[in-house]
Design a protein around this ligand. Structure first.
Ligand code: FES
Length: 199
């Protein structure tokens, strides 16, 4: 099994909302990780940075890359997704400024990223460690209102926006973690090391 896959979130925009969450779960389980630029097995075992090819990532799609045994999501946000974050009512978030959440300093902003177009998150719920599902459809069934798209943890119902910021009133105590990362070129990035701590 390899370590990286494209999640067809864009396509799911076109599907009925009633089957969204179950469909996403099934899709996630069925699609294997796909290898890209990988270090040796020993390097992976000790948590070495991994390089990812993002050249084929379309707006609205997500790549899942394994790093240190965890799924790391790379979401290429559409202009509409970025715009929806601007208009989002941050009063419904627990930590809108990410003061109590884990991220590199270049991701401590409204987008929680270095480049607003690319969101990089550790795909592990900050409650008890489940992996939330990607629910990009605005107004998706069962997500309540407002819902501009984001991530839903089915284990205990935590919700996160398209920047990984947690909603208030759910079990998860903090925003989804942003790992260190850097862009190597326009089509390649490295997960696990930023420019200040390059390895
Ligand atoms: S593990 Fe995600 S809400 Fe509990």
């Amino acid at each position: 099994m390899s370590d990286n896959t494209v999640d067809p979130g864009r396509r799911r925009f076109l599907t009925g909302t009633a089957t969204v969450i179950g469909g996403i779960g099934a899709s996630f389980a069925a699609v294997p990780f796909v290898a890209s630029f990988q270090p040796s097995a020993r390097a992976k075992a000790i948590g070495a940075p991994v390089e990812v090819d993002i050249g084929k990532l379309e707006p609205g799609q997500r790549i899942i890359q394994k790093w240190r045994g965890k799924p790391v999501w790379i979401l290429r946000r559409t202009p509409e997704m970025i715009e929806s974050l601007k208009s989002f009512d941050t009063g419904i978030l627990r930590d809108p400024e990410s003061d109590k959440s884990a991220q590199p300093k270049y991701a401590k902003n409204s987008w929680r990223s270095e480049n607003p177009e690319y969101l990089v998150l550790v795909g592990v719920c900050t409650h008890l460690g489940c992996s939330p599902t990607f629910v990009p459809e605005p107004g998706a069934a069962g997500m309540g209102s407002p819902w501009n798209g984001g991530f839903f943890c089915p284990c205990h119902g935590s919700k996160f926006d398209l920047a990984g910021r947690v909603f208030a009133g759910v079990p998860a105590p903090a925003n989804l973690e942003v790992p260190p990362y850097q862009f190597l070129t326009e089509t390649r990035m490295k997960i696990g090391a930023d420019k200040e701590n390059a390895t």
